[in-house]
Structure formats: structure tokens, C-alpha cells
Design a binder for this molecule. Structure first.
Ligand SMILES: NC(=O)c1ccc[n+]([C@@H]2O[C@H](COP(=O)([O-])OP(=O)(O)OC[C@H]3O[C@@H](n4cnc5c(N)ncnc54)[C@H](OP(=O)(O)O)[C@@H]3O)[C@@H](O)[C@H]2O)c1
Length: 208
């Protein structure tokens, strides 16, 4: 189970507490909440006292998000900022859907709010004809984080409280149990499940 922790939890922790500077009571929207990364971020943010709204494209998964501690789930869609009741009052957005939604994420923030772009579930196409003057909300912060910087001088892994995270996992305060564990000979099936959008969390392949 420990193997499933660092990539998602170290990345989610850094996005939340370094890039977004989340503090208790803040309203945070996590787009792509049912992903393994999103689930880790929901747990960390809720434990830190944030109020979390998490998104999925599938309303049947709303219960999964609220069971993780999200205050509410919303259906993921490109123009969520137009529909969400808290538009212009959101303190922070962790956007894992990516380039196709990040401008919409900026549009739901309050002045001084922050968005962190850290996932590309919606694809890697660049933001088309990005023109900040015409498309970007005023007075908000856009940040990016990629885990490939862990271990470089500005981003020591010791910055992340991995021991504390592991203790919270052991105590049941954070959920890190893999959704499924496969033997190495089942790696094709693991890919099939992932590509069919049935993973519902982190899957582990064991080479024993
Ligand atoms: N920045 C970093 O350092 C870093 C580190 C790790 C991962 N990542 C990135 O973070 C993202 C999440 O990674 P993961 O491994 O946690 O993913 P994952 O568990 O494989 O994510 C699966 C989820 O993706 C959602 N999804 C699939 N296609 C989508 C689409 N077109 N639009 C919106 N949602 C879609 C599905 O949600 P629903 O069906 O419920 O909507 C599904 O539950 C990936 O883009 C990954 O590359 C970044």
C-alpha cells in the first residue's frame, strides 16, 4: 500500500499547501475529483479544514466524492463557472481536467483567489489562441505544478510531510488503499480497466 502513496499524495500536498496556500475554512473546488490524484487531494484538503466541492462527469459518482469528505459534488463541464452557486467566491481551484477548463477555473475565483493546473484528464491540447486580455479573469493567480521537479534544489522531497501522511493513512484518516491490485501477469487487464474508466482510484501491479 505504501507504494501507492508518494506520487499522488506528495503532488497533491504540494499543490494544496504550497501553490494554493490553502488555510482552514477556505472554499476549494477540485476538478477531476474521482481520479486517484483528486481523491488524495480531497482527503488532504478536508483534513486541513477546507470546504471542498469536487467534480466528476458522472452523477452516479457524487456519493463517492461526498464519502471522501467533499461538502458537495458538481457535474464536471467546461463552463462550470457559469453554473456554480459560489462563482466569484471560490478561494482556490485544483484543476486536474486541465487546459480545456483552466480559464473557466480562473473565472470562478474571487479576487486574489488561486488556481493550480496539475492534471490533464481532458487532454493535452493547448489553450487555443490564449489571449489574457480577452480570456483571463482579473486579479487572480494561475499556478502550475509538475512532480518531475521533486528532488531538484528548489523542491526537496523533505518539504512534503510524507511521514505524517503515512501515519494518517495508517490511522484511517486518509484513504490510500488501492482500488485494485493486479499480479504482473494481469497487467493487460489493469490497462483495460483503466482505459474503460473503471479504475476508481489508484491501481497497483505487483511484480512478485
Ligand atoms: N502534476 C503532476 O505532477 C501530476 C502527478 C500525477 C498525476 N498527474 C495528472 O493528474 C491527472 C490525474 O491522474 P490520476 O492518475 O489520478 O488519474 P486517474 O485516476 O486515471 O483518473 C481517472 C479519472 O479521470 C476522469 N476523466 C477521464 N477522462 C476525463 C475527461 N475527458 N474529462 C474529465 N475527467 C476525465 C474520470 O472521472 P469521471 O469519469 O468521474 O469524470 C476518472 O475517474 C492526470 O492527468 C495525470 O497525468 C499530474
Amino acid at each position: 500500500m505504501l507504494a501507492a502513496v508518494p506520487e499522488t499524495y506528495a503532488t497533491a500536498w504540494t499543490c494544496l499547501f504550497r501553490n494554493l496556500e490553502i488555510v482552514p475554512g477556505q472554499l476549494l473546488v477540485i476538478r477531476g475529483g474521482t481520479s486517484s490524484f483528486g481523491q488524495a487531494a480531497i482527503g488532504l484538503a478536508v483534513n486541513a479544514g477546507a470546504r471542498v466541492i469536487a467534480t466528476t462527469r458522472d452523477p452516479e459518482r457524487f456519493g463517492m466524492l461526498t464519502a471522501l469528505g467533499a461538502q458537495r459534488a458538481e457535474r464536471e463541464e467546461p463552463h462550470l463557472s457559469v453554473r456554480i452557486a459560489e462563482a466569484k467566491r471560490v478561494d482556490a481551484v485544483l484543476d486536474l481536467v486541465g487546459n480545456s477548463t483552466i480559464l473557466d477555473s480562473l473565472a470562478m475565483l474571487r479576487r486574489g483567489g488561486r488556481a493550480c493546473l496539475a492534471g490533464w484528464l481532458g487532454g493535452l491540447d493547448p489553450i487555443a489562441d490564449f489571449n489574457p486580455l480577452l480570456q483571463m479573469a482579473s486579479g487572480v493567480y494561475l499556478t502550475f505544478f509538475g512532480s518531475f521537479v521533486f528532488g531538484t534544489p528548489g523542491f526537496p522531497l523533505s518539504d512534503v510531510p510524507l511521514q505524517e501522511i503515512a501515519e494518517q493513512v495508517a490511522a484511517g484518516r486518509l484513504k490510500a488503499e488501492p482500488s485494485r491490485v493486479f499480479g504482473f501477469e494481469e497487467v493487460r487487464e489493469a490497462h483495460r480497466v483503466m482505459e474503460a474508466n473503471q479504475a476508481k482510484g489508484k491501481m497497483v501491479v505487483v511484480n512478485a
